[in-house]
Design a protein around this ligand. Structure first.
Ligand code: MG
Length: 351
């Protein structure tokens, strides 16, 4: 084989250790990539038809449909990788609508020269995450772009989920007095990524919180908690999520700084890096707005799940849904200030 990965007749050798342009060409190499990498992991019966669309059964009720694209750098980081993130992120978006996740589509943009070993590792990680969430990869697509025109691998996943309960979970459902619960300590994902990027070493390995929230959400719904709104705390962290919700709902929100859980290592890293943990990304945390009367019951339910074991009551909705949305935070010394949206991006390519 010559250095371009081509045999003497000009056709690429199959045993190339990295992605070739031909892998995205729709021909024999594409078939090989599908069979030897993807189909080895993804075993859904819906894939076996090898048709242009996956045809899947749906339950009665409503369907939730979401999509997200993952460009995280580095692609492997403490506690996860781009593949795991691409499944959990989309599963979590479905869960935030109160939907039970079922089906996932997987689109990959690979850069020529990307390691096939890495691709296999990521594919394996995707399948493990899908099994954990009880979702199936039912359709997918792969494109290859020329060397230098991508950054290794980008992934897009779309997800379908079903809603078979009566709840209408969205910001406009907020009520004055609603309790605001956060499912755990904040900022782990963002700091794990930053640490990997900057080569920071912590005394204890700090890992991303990357995890599926769907089982905890389903449990809350099944136990009769009248969820008003849910939001996973990804890019922009808690502060951005609260601002988005307050603005959509035209409500005022007040949170208490002392109640917001931040791990001491995350706090320390934020101080070194000049970041505010309330704006740092998470990949396995959410806020829940629940009727005041059910706050403690909801908290107790959340704590039964590993992803919710650090759940806390952090604040309340303090105005009726007609007042313009703003978020206030009561500091440790009792001073009330506005918790604003960030200008620009704190950490690019975090997910
Ligand atoms: Mg989301």
């Amino acid at each position: 084989m010559n250095s371009s990965g081509e045999g003497s007749c000009g056709l690429p050798f199959v045993s190339s250790p990295s992605v070739l342009l031909g892998h995205g060409g729709g021909g024999r190499l594409t078939q090989q990539l599908i069979q030897e990498v993807f189909r080895k992991q993804f075993t859904s019966t819906f894939l076996k038809n090898e048709h242009d669309s996956a045809v899947v059964p749906v339950e009665k009720g409503l369907i939730a449909f979401t999509t997200d694209t993952y460009v995280v750098r580095p692609i492997f980081f403490p506690g996860g990788d781009i593949g795991k993130l691409a499944i959990y992120g989309t599963v979590n978006d479905l869960a935030m609508a109160g939907a039970r996740p079922h089906y996932i589509s997987l689109g990959m943009i690979l850069e020529e020269g990307f390691s096939l070993e890495f691709l296999q590792k990521i594919t394996q990680s995707i399948q493990l995450a899908a099994l954990k969430c009880e979702v199936e990869i039912v359709t997918g697509d792969t494109k290859v772009v020329e060397r230098g025109k991508g950054d290794g691998i980008f992934i897009n996943t779309s997800g379908l989920g079903s809603i078979s309960h009566h709840l209408d979970i969205q910001p406009s459902r907020l009520q004055k007095g609603d309790a605001i619960l956060v499912s755990g300590d904040l900022g782990r994902h963002g700091i794990a990524i930053m640490a990997a990027r900057e080569g920071l070493e912590f005394e204890t390995a700090l890992e991303s919180d990357c995890a599926p929230l769907s089982f905890m959400v389903m449990d809350l719904i099944e136990s009769g908690i009248e969820l008003h709104c849910l939001r996973d705390l990804t890019r922009g962290g808690l502060a951005s999520a609260l601002n988005e919700i307050a603005s959509t709902a035209h409500c005022e929100i007040e949170v208490v700084e002392e109640q917001i859980p931040v791990h001491i290592l995350v706090q320390g890293a934020c101080e070194i890096l000049g970041l505010d943990p309330l704006y740092v990304a998470n990949e396995g945390r959410m806020v829940a707005f629940v009727p005041e009367i059910q706050a403690l019951e909801a908290l107790e339910r959340m704590k039964r799940h590993a992803v919710g074991s650090g759940a806390r009551l952090i604040g309340r909705v303090t105005s009726d849904p007609i007042h313009p949305g703003r978020v206030l935070i009561r500091s440790r010394i009792g001073i009330l200030r506005v918790l604003d949206l960030l200008n620009g991006e704190q950490l690019p390519r975090i997910c």
